[in-house]
Design a protein around this ligand. Structure first.
Ligand SMILES: [Mg+2]
Ligand SMILES: [Zn+2]
Length: 159
């Protein structure tokens, strides 16, 4: 069993896009300060690092899953420059009310559970919005609401 950190993406890992804008290109994907360092610390501490992200722009036809995946390959390659990596990224591409995976629903967490042997009692959900906190609570891991991933990680690792 592995301890895991579930991370929101937009507003935590990368700067939030303007309202009604979606990040479809790596050039618009701005990794926030401290994020590579925070993820490296989680890797080194033995946490699975799992991103769970709502991307309803896909359902709205504003971006494609291929574009989302291109952005995620860019993210991984930038993290790699710092010796950090994300173990898996799960995306909800659906609109409100169309699925059971859009946070605060927990479908993305259940997908992760199929791929990894997760010890929920030692796991966390970190995000910048109430829906992240609600999803973490519903799934049964400890939630942290923050704008700074590094701060949250330092708190977690300090015990
Ligand atoms: Mg967010
Ligand atoms: Zn969904």
């Amino acid at each position: 069993m592995r301890k895991a950190i579930f991370l929101d993406r937009d507003g935590l890992i990368n700067r939030q896009a303007a309202p009604h804008h979606y990040i479809s290109d790596p050039k618009d994907f701005e990794i926030l300060p401290g994020v590579p360092e925070a993820i490296k610390r989680l890797n080194d501490a033995g946490f699975l690092v799992i991103v769970v992200t709502n991307q309803r722009g896909v359902a709205r036809g504003m971006l494609t899953m291929e574009q989302v995946e291109t952005v995620h390959r860019y993210l991984q390659s930038e993290l790699g420059k710092h010796g950090a990596h994300i173990d898996a990224i799960y995306v909800c591409p659906h609109a409100d009310g169309e699925c059971t995976c859009r946070k605060p629903d927990i479908g993305l967490f259940l997908k992760a559970e199929k791929d990894f042997d997760i010890d929920k009692r030692r796991s966390w959900m970190v995000g910048d919005s109430d829906t992240d906190v609600e999803a973490g609570e519903r799934y049964g891991v400890r939630p942290i609401l923050t704008k700074s991933l590094l701060q949250a990680v330092n708190m977690i690792l300090a015990g």
